[in-house]
Design a protein around this ligand. Structure first.
Ligand SMILES: Nc1nc2c(ncn2[C@@H]2O[C@H](COP(=O)(O)OP(=O)(O)OP(=O)(O)O)[C@@H](O)[C@H]2O)c(=O)[nH]1
Ligand SMILES: [Mg+2]
Length: 406
């Protein structure tokens, strides 16, 4: 094993990211006393926990500020999509409305009417909106932040949750200035608006607010990406994972980030793929659990937005047809995934030994002994790594076509 450099050290904590220190110690002692079989129980439990984890994001703000449009931008739906949060309508609902992510249903955005658009007292508002169920809050305004936003933030702080202020429709500010024939220094204008927002919030008692200036229509400009990155960084590991996997494929970087995130999952699935239920794969010398393989590959495909519905959504928000997007995906990846797909695409054919270091568990050396050549662990690891690479490469090509990136 090579010596660990500082960048590899970072990798270690990331790879073991789903486990707490105590769980990693238990993994080690279970392996020492009961081998792989005993370790499986803890890993199975962790995979179920990952599957069940939910992320509930509250989006609140006064009528017409752009809440629905923002939610749709975050989940990659056009405002006109039947599943989208309705935009541009006169707000009628006084209740929180949940919008599940179209393919990652454990991620849910909640559209909360602004505190000023309901005619019951603040205390009742907080109770009715079930503030405690949300992981964090996005407080939206299309102009000044006022007293109501301050009141909201105070209550959220009292509950020990995070909140972020988002000033929407920044594109419209520049549009108006251009129509007025003004000379624009974009940096300066953004700085002014940002300072004004921060000052407004200080006036209502929020001393160090996190403020982001965005356009929900132009997501590669202003603070849209910085907002996403901040939300991601502030989340605990298990929630960060589902937040990232729910990103619409807006850029090559996002696709690659998802690929790295999914890669960290593979050793757990490989550990489960032991003798139980093992079936030989045609053309491959080793048996492994095919249902684990197929399930994982289908999951990867969905997370990388290569399933039919995700491709259709991407076509809808770009000016490309779904056929143009499909044309750059390896054909077999678009079809039914079964054991023949694995041999057809040659996944796992060039199996090399995987080190505990690569998997990121070298801090528990004894686990290393299950990574050797000739194990179903290794075979599963190799097949899923190859499959993920093919899927990620195809997803990168799709994004490039969709957004006209060279
Ligand atoms: N230019 C521009 N217009 C936006 C933006 N976000 C929203 N809008 C427009 O603002 C209007 C209101 O947006 P909605 O998303 O419906 O606002 P809302 O807060 O959900 O409104 P209610 O549901 O009525 O409370 C719509 O016409 C949107 O198209 C943006 O970032 N830029
Ligand atoms: Mg709305």
């Amino acid at each position: 094993m090579e010596g660990a450099s500082s960048s590899q050290q970072v990798d270690e904590s990331e790879s073991a990211m789903f486990f707490t220190k105590e769980e990693l110690n238990k993994l080690k002692s279970d392996f020492e006393t009961g081998g792989v079989e005993k370790v499986k129980t803890l890993i199975e439990k962790k995979l179920v926990e990952l599957d069940k984890t939910e992320l509930n994001i509250a989006v609140t703000g006064e009528t017409g500020t752009g809440k629905s449009t923002f939610i749709n931008a975050m989940i990659g739906l056009q405002n006109t999509d039947p599943r989208a949060a309705k935009s541009g309508y006169k707000e009628t609902t006084k209740e929180a409305t949940g919008y599940p992510h179209p393919s990652q249903s454990n991620v849910r955005y909640w559209d909360l009417p602004g505190i000023g658009s309901v005619n019951f007292p603040a205390g009742e508002y907080f109770k009715k909106m079930k503030f405690e169920i949300y992981d964090f809050f996005i407080i939206i305004s299309a102009d000044r932040f006022k007293e109501n936003e301050g009141k909201l933030a105070e209550e959220i702080k009292r509950l020990g949750k995070k909140f972020y202020f988002v000033r929407t429709k920044i594109d419209a500010v520049f549009y108006s200035m251009r129509m007025e024939g003004k000379k624009i220094n974009e940096e300066e204008v953004l700085e002014d608006i940002w300072s004004e927002c921060v000052n407004n919030l200080r006036e209502v008692g929020i001393l160090t607010p996190s403020v982001f200036l965005i356009s929900s229509f132009i997501q590669d400009q202003y603070d849209f990406n910085r907002l996403n990155k901040t939300l991601e960084d502030d989340l605990p590991n298990i929630k960060k994972r589902i937040f990232v996997l729910a990103y619409p494929n807006r850029s090559v970087e996002i696709v690659q980030q998802k690929g790295r995130m999914l890669q960290k999952h593979i050793w757990m699935l490989a550990t489960l793929s032991g003798a139980v239920g093992a079936v030989p794969i045609p053309g491959l010398s080793l048996a492994c659990d095919v249902s684990i393989l197929i399930g994982a590959i289908i999951h990867f495909r969905k997370c990388l937005c290569l399933d039919e519905a995700s491709l259709q959504r991407l076509a809808n928000i770009t000016d490309k047809s779904v056929e143009e997007l499909k044309a750059v995906v390896k054909a077999a990846l678009l079809e039914k995934i079964d054991r023949h797909t694995i041999t057809r695409l040659g996944w796992g054919a060039a199996v090399t030994v995987v080190s505990a270091f690569e998997v990121g568990l070298y801090s528990i050396p004894v686990i290393g002994s299950i990574f050797g050549a000739g194990s179903s662990f290794l075979m599963t690891y190799a097949i899923l790594t190859d499959a993920l690479k093919d899927l990620t490469d195809s997803a990168v090509r799709v994004v490039k076509v969709a957004y006209g990136i060279d």
